[in-house]
Design a protein around this ligand. Structure first.
Ligand SMILES: [Zn+2]
Length: 292
């Protein structure tokens, strides 16, 4: 049972990076709920995660940005050198589950087992302790708030899975980092950046919303959030900067989310990274470790 969130006071210290840049480290075929891309088929599909992640690492290095990589455990098992390269470049590492399933489609214990498997996979490549989590497809929502209890029980201190918009989350979710109380203790929730546009709430910090927006618009929105004393959180996937991404037939909603305006995204991302002040997600929420 999860109680109402309590607002967090200023989570940012002087000199800290004010915004978080995050990466969900996964393959191009890690798409939830698409039958031809189900778990059993993953070994048969061509991998693109290594070159695309290394390209992203280069981009971050040039911009002198340290980020948080939420890594799929299945990927960590198969590409241990890649995860080491991420860590050795100074980036923070969290879990993006083991098998990339939606949390609300897992029974409580299945979620716990998947979470534990993801932590084992990360620890096997020398990452630890693992205390940051992001669910596939922002799938900690009103149907799966119990997952926050499991996260706290498993030693996680920060979750970044609750999107404050209708498509995958809820308009009622706070847009700023906040502490949520669970039966097992507090956890800090750090939502991604959204923006109001044409009477709708759009995902300005990730996916099609980030890719379709000009860097100036994204940076202006970040500054606006910062002026209110709050950090902004962005998220990208390695496959979004793949110059030659494999294509697969997806349902219309997913097709748009995955393929809309990929062209030139790496260049726009470079401009955004060099125009803002970004750091790892754990650094913008130092109060997370203490809770309230
Ligand atoms: Zn994902």
């Amino acid at each position: 049972m999860t109680a109402e969130p309590s607002p967090a006071p200023s989570l940012v210290g002087p000199g800290d990076p004010y915004n978080a840049f995050t990466v969900d480290l996964e393959e191009w075929f890690h798409v939830c709920g698409v039958e031809p891309l189900r778990f059993e088929r993953w070994e048969t599909l061509p991998s693109r995660v290594e070159p695309t992640t290394r390209r992203l690492l280069e981009l971050l290095d040039r911009a002198n940005v340290r980020a948080t990589f939420f890594v799929v455990g299945w990927v960590a098992e198969r590409f241990p050198r890649l995860v080491e390269a991420v860590r050795d470049a100074g980036h923070e590492i969290g879990s993006h589950s083991y098998a990339h399933g939606r949390v609300y489609e897992l029974e409580g214990e299945a979620f716990r087992r998947d979470l534990q498997a993801s932590v084992r996979a990360l620890r096997a490549v020398g990452v630890g302790p693992v205390s940051l989590f992001r669910a596939p497809e922002w799938s900690v929502n009103d149907r799966s708030l119990w997952a926050l209890d499991v996260l706290v029980e498993e030693g996680f201190r920060l979750d970044a899975s609750m999107a404050p918009l209708t498509m995958v989350g809820s308009l009622g979710f706070p847009r700023c980092p906040h502490v949520r109380q669970t039966a097992a203790g507090p956890i800090v929730e750090v939502p991604p950046l959204v923006a109001d546009r044409f009477g709708q709430v759009m995902p300005l910090g990730w996916g099609w919303g980030l890719r379709m927006s000009s860097p100036r618009r994204v940076l202006d929105a970040i500054e606006g959030v910062n002026r209110q004393g709050q950090p902004a959180v962005l998220m990208v996937h390695p496959w979004e900067i793949d110059p030659d991404p494999p294509r697969v037939r997806l349902p219309a909603r997913l097709h748009f989310a995955h393929y809309f305006r990929l062209g030139g995204f790496a260049d726009r991302l470079r401009t955004i990274l060099s125009g803002g002040r970004f750091g790892p997600i754990g650094r913008i929420a130092p109060a997370a470790s203490a809770g309230t």
